[in-house]
Design a protein around this ligand. Structure first.
Ligand code: ATP
Ligand code: MG
Length: 421
């Protein structure tokens, strides 16, 4: 029997409108090779800056989630080490397992080991280099607010509560006092200024030094932990290492901070370490750079740290930075606070600020929530429930891909984390 309609020829680009079951064409060929697109069989290539420029994504940040051992770190390591060939750089301020050290060294980068008794010391109040594009008074403001934000975070995180208005004043004045005395203040300088406020500075806000001492007492004790407490010797003096802007990778290994449950110490360390690193990379002309927060969920339990991260993420877009946040499950974001709380809103803001979400296998009890937060289809949910190791759903606005990470034998060795078990 003859077909009654006339034959019609069209390109696949046109035909996919009429026949929507053709495989996705991929994200183009410009970027870093990740592996194979499971549905089309083609190569899958990704580059957040290229996609940001072509408006496929609205920001270059990446969220990676998956159960333990599903291949989150391997996926991030592959993306990053391979993109160094394109001239991108990568910084890893959050590496609580120390697994990025060998990767960083293999790429010719610098790995800094942080821990009590270790020789490296970083001054988190370092100003970093002023970028040419930033005027000096604007830079002063940026440096001031970064220092002030870090000190506030350290105090709030240790005290476990938001600072009172008067405590903010005490901290402001302490920082202003030391900044007027020395070009690069250290945390011990600020602690001294909190314990012994300067009369002239106190008068500026209509207080006297002794009442200011009382007001700032708790803040002083909270921050003192980094100077005399269990975290002393790491962030309480001038930096012993200079940041090398030419290095392709810099990682801060915090595996030496008792990883067994002392999450508070780890969080304070991460706050200081990332502040130091972020100060160093604050340069719009610094090229395309990834900042990786591996095991990010350990930091995210803390509203004070979340607030700092969010501020940093806002700035990083202007600096050409792609933040890569690695968590186990999306409910890590919800665990930070009750619905409607500030912490919860901050965490959800971070999620919204990641245009690319890479979902490795999720626990079955997490599927509904994941689907809800990311707006996944039933087919996508069924897919992520069954993903084998190294295979992920790459979810971009309005598009998604299932991608199998393909590793070179050298990478298999280099990225191995089972060996450490
Ligand atoms: N595509 C893959 N095929 C086979 N094995 C893989 C693949 N990707 C990763 N692995 C192996 O699985 C192990 C765990 O991977 P990885 O460390 O990347 O997981 P993770 O999700 O970061 O784990 P964790 O939650 O413990 O941090 C590694 O030893 C790695 O070599
Ligand atoms: Mg990992």
């Amino acid at each position: 029997m003859d077909l009654l309609v006339d034959a019609h020829r069209a390109t696949t680009r046109i035909a996919q409108v009429a026949y929507p079951f053709l495989a996705e064409g991929g994200l183009g060929a410009d970027g870093t090779y990740i592996g194979s697109d499971v549905f089309s069989g083609g190569s899958f290539v990704y580059d957040p800056w290229v996609l940001y420029q072509s408006r496929v994504i609205t920001n270059p940040n990446v969220l990676l989630a998956g159960v333990i051992g599903s291949g989150k770190s391997s996926t991030a390591k592959a993306l990053i080490t391979r993109s160094i060939a394109l001239g991108h750089k990568a910084y890893i301020p959050c590496d609580p397992k120390g697994e990025w050290t060998s990767v960083t060294e293999a790429m010719g980068g610098t790995a800094i080991k942080l821990g009590p008794g270790l020789p490296a010391r970083l001054n988190p109040l370092d100003s970093g280099r002023r970028p040419d594009a930033v005027a000096s008074d604007e830079w002063d403001r940026i440096v001031w607010s970064r220092r002030r934000a870090l000190l506030g975070t350290l105090a709030e995180s240790t005290l476990g509560r938001p600072l009172a208005a008067i405590e903010h004043t005490a901290l402001d004045l302490a920082l202003e006092t030391v900044c007027a005395q020395v070009p690069t203040p250290t945390i011990p300088d600020v602690v001294v200024a909190l314990f012994k406020p300067d009369d002239r500075w106190a008068e500026r806000v209509g207080l006297n030094a002794s009442s200011l001492t009382t007001d700032g007492r708790e803040v002083a004790h909270a921050i003192r932990r980094l100077v005399h407490g269990d975290l002393s010797g790491m962030f309480d003096g001038p930096s012993t290492t200079e940041f090398d802007p030419a290095a392709p990778m810099v990682s801060l290994d915090s595996s030496w901070i008792g990883s067994g449950g002392n999450d508070q110490a780890l969080r304070l360390t991460l706050a200081c370490a990332s502040s130091w690193l972020e100060a160093a990379v604050a340069d719009p002309a610094g090229g395309n750079r990834y900042i990786v927060y591996d095991e990010g969920w350990r930091v995210m339990r803390d509203p004070a740290l979340l607030r700092r991260m969010q501020e940093q993420w806002k700035l990083s877009r202007a600096w050409g930075i792609s933040n890569v946040l690695i968590v186990h499950r999306l409910s890590d974001l919800a665990a930070v606070g009750d619905l409607g709380s500030e912490a919860r809103a901050l965490a959800e803001g971070l999620l919204a600020d990641c245009s690319t979400r890479i979902m490795l296998r999720q626990e079955s009890d997490q599927l509904a929530r994941t689907a809800n937060l990311l707006g996944l289809t039933d087919v996508e949910i069924a897919t992520i429930a069954k993903l084998p190791k190294g295979r992920a759903l790459w979810r971009l606005p309005n598009r998604s891909f299932v991608v199998q990470l393909v590793r070179h034998v050298r990478e298999v060795e280099l990225f191995d984390t089972d060996g450490r078990m």
